[in-house]
Design a binder for this molecule. Sequence first.
Ligand code: NOJ
Length: 535
Amino acid sequence: MKNASQYLWWHTGIIYQIYPRSYQDSNADGIGDLRGIIERLDYLQWLGVNVIWLSPVYPSPMADFGYDISDYTGIHPLFGTMADFDELLDVIHLRGMKLILDFVPNHTSDKHPWFVESRSSRDNLKRDWYIWKDPGDDGSVPNNWLSVFGGSAWEWDEQTRQYYYHGFLKEQPDLNWRNPEVQDAMLEVMRFWLEKGVDGFRVDVLWHLIKDQQYPDNPPNPDYQAHMPTYDQLLPVYSTDQPEVHDIISRMRSLLDSYDDRLMIGEIYLPIQKLMLYYGVDNKGAHLPFNFQLIDLPWIAQKIARAVDEYEAALPPGGWPNWVLGNHDRPRIATRVGIEQARIAAMLLLTLRGTPTIYYGDELGMRDVPIPFEEIQDPQGLNMPDKNLSRDPARTPMQWDCSANGGFSSVRPWLRVDEAFERENVQVEREDRHSMLSLYKRLIELRQKEQSLITGAYEPVECNEQTIAYIRRESGHSAFFVLLNLSNGSACFNNENRRINGFVNIATSPHLEGRMISGKINLNGNEGIIVRLAQ
Ligand code: NOJ
């Protein structure tokens, strides 16, 4: 157990993900930008979050909306200038907040000068910076590996008569991380931003960086079903999660550790046991391998409670937990579980042990916005049109107020704004004590000031088909009892022998707040309570 002074900002902070295209447009081009974010820092500070993660803002042809980078040390003019970035970083720091950048090391854009060189000839010095393979005798692809965005992961280059590998779009060729020059060049990129003072990175698809050197075929996935992305036809056992990736991560980590207090978050979609390895030996890997269980699991009390227990049990000694409810790749929480349960989800996210990540707009209860086919922007949606995989619905403009386009932009935004924006926006919800935004604000406030919720132990109390109950406790501080009804039917918590008593501090239903809890607890459907336990 650490004592309070041993906790760092990322143990105790709350992360808020901004998708910059959709946060605030300041120059009337329909696309959000850095100055827009600067304008909205008052809001973020009011909300109480203190770590901001920006999805990519680098120069990019935008084939994958910034995850195809053509210059790792620049700022895309759509988002502003390097001077705007420096100002953003400064003002964030002046407010006592932190800034995390998205770092995308697995692949570049095909327009990146490195790839332009690499594809120019077989004997170019950068040829081996990417993954080039000969065709089979019949001209076929080197193996059966699939792209996450559909189709083969190999693209034929007519000029040099070899295939190159791309785990995502063909416009996103994978770098060859086995090449030490690539490693050095990418570490230099990290150093560039660390020198500027950014507080850390969220590292894109960290588990994809290294591939099996023999490039064997991936085996078929016995659980594949037609509605799934075509990528899931195979198990990516040779194309991802290779043991050598941990050597790369430790190099990145050593670089970060040569600065004070910088953070590495890894984007890793893997089962818990494999995920844990990304903390590294002696916790010298990623500080926070993203934990996506609340995104991946069905919203069923017993499944969630079991997952929390398993996750807690699997953490390496000294490994710090974290929880994520949503991001720019997945349907929004309010759409997945419904608006009522989204309140329960907020309570869960902000009372579990570990650093929470909030996806912009979820604090308003923003939903996936249906995007007509002609307006779809996301390549994942366009490449597999029959599978409903577009990520646009979860990336729509932030809803600020009742003015045109929800206050996001004075012109038509790059993606349409939710029709509900006049009812659901920051301005309206700030005034309504019972809104989702007010709930988030109060939960954040409570979490930021109560030591038990920040660093206290997680003690499971009970779980059944409907409810999850747990206590967060730090010695010398008030403990909190959390009871959440994940169903829409009424539920009863049998408090006999448990002697849980105290006052309800925050509840989904206002009439429960302030109430004294001692005996049996009855909850209506979709209700949750956080109780400050009597000492
Ligand atoms: C994961 C990112 O979150 C996603 O948006 C992107 O499309 C892929 N990585 C490829 O970079």
